[in-house]
Design a protein around this ligand. Structure first.
Ligand code: NIG
Ligand code: FE
Length: 407
């Protein structure tokens, strides 16, 4: 008889994240899948047959913690060069905004990214993705935004897609054309915004190179009205939106994203009550980015209590980028979300699984339940709180992406 399932893990300490709250713990659990889709997640005693009769490959994980594969729902990991010199300047007292206004910051990464060939860009970026994968990440969002001209933006998005196919990880790409005003457009702001909306968006949508559209709504970047123009165009093209919102000042970014039924509003350190309420009504996910809060030595905390009170789903991501968050560890982001933002370890795990998937519009993953994708991480740990507790050196012991074991 042919076994019904491809793979069956036994003696798991499952944190399924399958319910509306709680870890969804199952002690002495089993997890089975077939064709990359979970077929069983529950107590071993509920298996209807002998394991060998149920699946082609059967293995015990000897009580190890098993969670959904982690989802890093906000990264800028495709870029060339680094900004270690800027880090030194900031330590000497220069602010992120001053450096940006003087043509450094994002624009210095733009220069390096434009100059890199597609192959070089891939060679520099793939190791950053690999670092995330070692820690149990099975889905990564990657933004463009260091090209700021069409060719380089397309090059970044292609590199992001290649990381997905070459590393065997799901990559969701996001066009971030309104990230900074490129130097050649300094006196032609309106023209640049028009170009992004009327040329780049249709092109990127036509080539299916982006799954979503993002913008940086900030005094040093783009105004709410410019973002709205871009989001209206995205909506016409059927692309969902998300927004870098209220990071350094409150320009009403959270409410703006919500008004377009945004998948997420991200950062949110300066978001007020109206923004939180708008997000709750729209079901927009709050993506918290403790890496940039930490690296910029911010002191204003995102409104976690209000988000919680209003039932806004919270996600946690690395924001991996060369300027404000050179953080190549989602596990460390989980720890920081707890220590700096006072999330519970359960909220932080939910924020890097089921809620992070939701911030990408992916309802097919982020929990261990029949019908969901078999994206699975096995940990050298017994309790889910350990994922938030240990700091450093925390690779996953086994990872399955769409049911396939990662080497
Ligand atoms: O998410 N805020 C805008 N974008 C990035 C920073 C990019 C950079 O400084 O290179 C962020 O923090
Ligand atoms: Fe970001």
């Amino acid at each position: 008889m042919n076994p019904r399932w491809d793979h069956l893990l036994l003696d798991c300490t499952l944190a399924t994240l399958a319910g509306e709250s709680g870890y969804g713990m199952v002690e002495h659990g089993a997890l089975g899948w077939r064709n990359g889709v979970i077929t069983f997640a529950g107590p071993m005693r509920d298996l209807e047959d002998a394991p060998d009769a149920l699946a082609g490959q059967v293995e015990s994980v000897h009580g190890a913690l098993v969670t959904p594969g982690l989802v890093d729902c906000h990264t800028h990991l495709v870029f060339a060069g680094d900004r270690a010199d800027e880090f030194e300047h900031r330590l000497q007292g220069e602010s992120y905004q001053t450096i940006a206004r003087a043509g450094g910051g994002i624009l210095s990464t733009v220069r390096a990214t434009r100059a890199a060939s597609e192959q070089e860009l891939l060679a520099q970026s793939a190791p950053r993705a690999r670092a995330l994968l070692r820690e149990g990440v099975t889905t990564i969002e990657i933004k463009s935004g260091y090209g700021l001209d069409l060719d380089t933006e397309l090059k970044m998005l292609r590199v992001a897609r290649r990381i997905g196919s070459e590393l065997g990880v799901t990559v969701r790409t996001t066009l971030l054309g309104l990230h900074a005003l490129p130097p050649e457009s300094r006196d032609r702001r309106e023209e640049y915004v028009a170009q992004v909306c009327d040329e780049w968006l249709p092109r990127v949508a036509g080539e299916k190179l982006a799954d979503a559209v993002d913008a940086f709504c900030e005094g040093i970047a783009f105004a709410p009205e410019e973002v709205r123009r871009c989001f209206r165009r995205a909506r016409e093209l059927g692309l969902p939106v998300k927004l870098h919102a209220d990071q350094l000042s409150d320009l009403g970014g959270a409410a703006l994203s919500a008004s377009f039924a945004g998948l997420s509003a991200d950062h949110l350190e300066c978001t007020g009550a109206a923004g939180v309420e708008a997000m709750a009504r729209a079901g927009t996910v709050a993506v918290l980015l403790p890496g940039s809060f930490y690296a910029l030595r911010e002191t204003r905390l995102p409104p976690v209590d209000a988000l919680r009170e209003h039932g806004v789903p919270m996600a946690v991501a690395t924001d991996l980028n060369p300027g404000t968050s050179p953080l190549r560890s989602l596990r460390l982001a989980i720890n920081m979300a707890c220590t700096l933002f006072r999330l519970t370890p359960e909220e932080a795990l939910r924020g890097t699984t089921v809620n992070a998937a939701r911030a990408l519009g992916l309802g097919d993953r982020g929990a261990l339940a029949p019908g969901r994708r078999a994206d699975v991480a096995v940990w050298d740990a017994r309790k889910p709180a350990e994922l938030a507790y240990w700091i450093g050196d925390s690779p996953a012991s086994r990872v399955f992406t769409g049911g396939i074991a990662r080497g």
